[in-house]
Design a protein around this ligand. Structure first.
Ligand code: ADP
Ligand code: MG
Length: 394
């Protein structure tokens, strides 16, 4: 179900290939603050150039909501791409207008053009047929490398490949599909899923889909307090989703019935306020003093979780263990990341904040796969056939 055709099945020589990339980088003024998404797109661009294609890159940037927003133009991205590829990338000032057509027409074999921010056109997110027609008419074949947007049925994600006979996945999309499918289809056991982050409600569908596949569920982050509350623990002023307590209890019962071990924290770092400099102390997870809130898992819990991770052959991690953005509450996330880096097995990180955390800690190179798609990786792990992947499987 997960197989899609790749670049090896595309005859690209001399053809104009529309590449939907995810070049949605964070910008501060005109400065790119993290170029990971650009560098992640390079292998596909380079492969197409070497094959003699004329490469037309398409991407969105931010949320301009169907209007031209000067701060969200792709100029800085185009410039950085030119430097990284060491060629003159032809930057079109519109998406399907005169300049886009001129840019495409100017390409020679191996040349690269970049269209303006797709979301300047309302037709992109609406998957408007006329807009999809106009985009598709710019090229002869399509390559999708935008995993981070593959869960959206937008014009450049589904409309364009529907209109072109040749539509395949690029290297980045293939790598994402291969790694995430391995978790769902044939994980080596023991398989441990570490789930954290802000809300149980965000991760419930993932938990449901993973339950029949995993041997252990390890829970941290803000969502652990809803689980601790479900077991009758006193969680003080920690963040609890009251309306999810029953659901959390059902998850625990289901896990028990299916032989899945659920690990909840035994100690937490409780703070007097939700602030980076709040006074804090380590307390038992089920006896958190009134007026304090758990902002990280405690040292005993970190050791236990590291032990579970070390004994696993497959580990998926989604969601930080604490408020890792603030150093006093980053130890849990750091401890789990380090344990994962040491695992002798297959390790995957999904989720935007978890991926950012592991990169910030300098451990990304020691993880087998760090997904570039936050929302897309979650939906994939929920078992959803992403529209941008399904369309390639014709
Ligand atoms: P991901 O993007 O990896 O899927 P989420 O978006 O679900 O992760 O959650 C990340 C956020 O959860 C972080 O900003 C982090 O500060 C927050 N968080 C983690 N633990 C806690 C906690 N105990 N209390 C409040 N917020 C928390
Ligand atoms: Mg997030």
């Amino acid at each position: 179900m997960s197989q899609v055709p790749g670049l090896d099945q595309l005859d690209a020589a001399g053809r104009t290939v529309l590449v939907r990339a995810d070049l949605n980088v964070p910008l501060d003024g005109g400065r790119i603050t993290d170029e990971l998404r650009i560098t992640a797109s390079l292998p596909t661009i380079r492969a197409l150039r070497e094959a003699g294609a004329r490469v037309v890159l398409m991407s969105h940037l931010g949320r301009p909501k169907g209007q031209v927003v000067d701060e969200l133009r792709l100029g800085p991205v185009s410039q950085r791409l030119s430097e990284l590829l060491d060629i003159d990338v032809r930057y079109a000032r519109d998406t399907v207008g005169d300049d886009a057509r001129a840019a495409v027409a100017s390409l020679e074999d191996g040349g690269v053009a970049l269209l303006e921010n797709l979301r300047f056109e309302a037709g992109e997110t609406a998957n408007d047929p006329a807009f999809a027609d106009a985009l598709a008419s710019l090229g002869d074949a399509y390559v999708s490398d935008a995993f981070g947007a593959a869960h959206r049925a937008h014009a450049s994600i589904v409309g364009v490949p529907e209109r072109l006979d040749d539509a395949v996945a690029g290297h980045l999309l293939q790598a994402e599909i291969t790694a995430l499918s391995k978790l769902l289809d044939a994980p080596a056991t023991p398989f441990t899923a570490i789930l954290g982050g802000s809300k149980v409600s965000d991760k419930l569908s993932v938990i449901d889909n993973l339950m029949p596949r995993v041997d252990a569920l390890v829970i941290g982050g803000a969502m652990c307090f809803t689980f601790l509350a479900a077991t009758g623990g006193d969680v003080g002023g920690s963040r609890v989703e009251e309306d999810m307590i029953d659901t959390a209890r059902e998850v625990l019962e289901k896990a028990e019935a299916q032989g899945v071990t659920v690990h909840l924290p035994t100690d937490v770092v409780a703070a007097e306020a939700f602030a980076a400099d709040a006074a804090h102390e380590v307390v038992p997870a089920t006896a958190i003093p009134a007026g304090t809130m758990g902002l990280d898992i405690g040292p005993e819990t970190v050791a236990e979780y590291a032990h579970v991770v070390a004994a696993s052959r497959t580990v998926l991690w989604n969601g930080p263990m604490g408020v890792f953005e603030w150093p006093p509450f980053a130890s849990g996330t750091m401890g789990v990341a380090e344990a994962m880096a040491d695992v002798d097995g297959f390790t995957v990180i999904g989720g935007g904040d978890s991926a950012a955390a592991v990169r910030q800690m300098g451990l990304a190179d020691r993880i087998d796969h760090v997904s570039t798609g936050g929302g897309a990786s979650l939906e994939f792990l929920e078992g959803i056939d992403l529209p941008g992947v399904a369309v390639l499987r014709r």
